[in-house]
Design a protein around this ligand. Structure first.
Ligand code: HEC
Length: 128
C-alpha cells in the first residue's frame, strides 16, 4: 500500500515538473541548442556569430527584428531567420519545445544583463 502511494505521488510530481518545463521553456536546454552546430540541421552554431549571446541580449523585449534584409515580427521568426540565414538549417516549428527553450535562453540573457548594468547603484545601497 505504502509503495503504491509513493509511486502515485512521484508520478504527480513528475507530471507537474514536465508541464512546467515544457510550458515555460528551459533556458539551460536552449543554451545547449544555441551552442550546437547541428541544431535544426545547420552547420553553424548560433554561438559562432552571437558569442556568449552577443547581439541577442535585448531581443527578448523586441517586437520587430531586421535580420539579413528581412523584417521579423516575433522572436520566434527572428530565431528562424537566423536558423535559415545563419546556421544554414531548416526553420523549426514556432511552438516546438526546442523553440521555447531557445526563447527562454534568449530571454534569460536579458535578465542576466540587467544586474550588471545597474551594478554600481546596487552596490551603493548594499545590493541583495
Ligand atoms: C552567420 C551568423 C549568424 C548566425 C549563425 C546566427 N545569427 Fe542571429 N543574427 C545575425 C545577424 C547578422 C543578425 C542581425 C542583427 C545584427 O546585426 O546583430 C542577427 C540577429 C539575431 C537576432 C535579433 C537580435 C535583435 O535584437 O534584433 C536574434 C534573436 C538572433 N539573431 C538569434 C539567433 C539564433 C537563435 C541563432 C541560432 C539559431 C542565430 N541567431 C544564429 C547573425 C547570425
Amino acid at each position: 500500500m505504502k509503495i503504491a502511494k509513493i509511486m502515485m505521488l512521484s508520478m504527480v510530481v513528475l507530471g507537474l515538473v514536465f508541464t512546467f518545463a515544457f510550458a515555460a521553456g528551459d533556458a539551460a536546454k536552449g543554451k545547449a541548442l544555441f551552442n550546437d552546430k547541428k541544431f535544426a540541421g545547420g552547420s553553424k552554431a548560433c554561438n559562432d556569430c552571437h558569442a556568449g549571446g552577443k547581439g541577442v541580449e535585448k531581443a527578448g523585449d523586441k517586437k520587430e527584428f531586421k535580420i539579413m534584409g528581412k523584417t521579423q515580427k516575433s522572436l520566434e521568426e527572428a530565431v528562424n531567420a537566423c536558423i535559415e540565414g545563419g546556421n544554414k538549417g531548416k526553420a523549426i516549428d514556432a511552438k516546438s519545445a526546442q523553440m521555447q527553450d531557445m526563447v527562454a535562453y534568449i530571454k534569460s540573457l536579458k535578465a542576466a544583463e540587467k544586474p550588471a548594468e545597474k551594478a554600481p547603484a546596487k552596490k551603493a545601497t548594499g545590493g541583495y
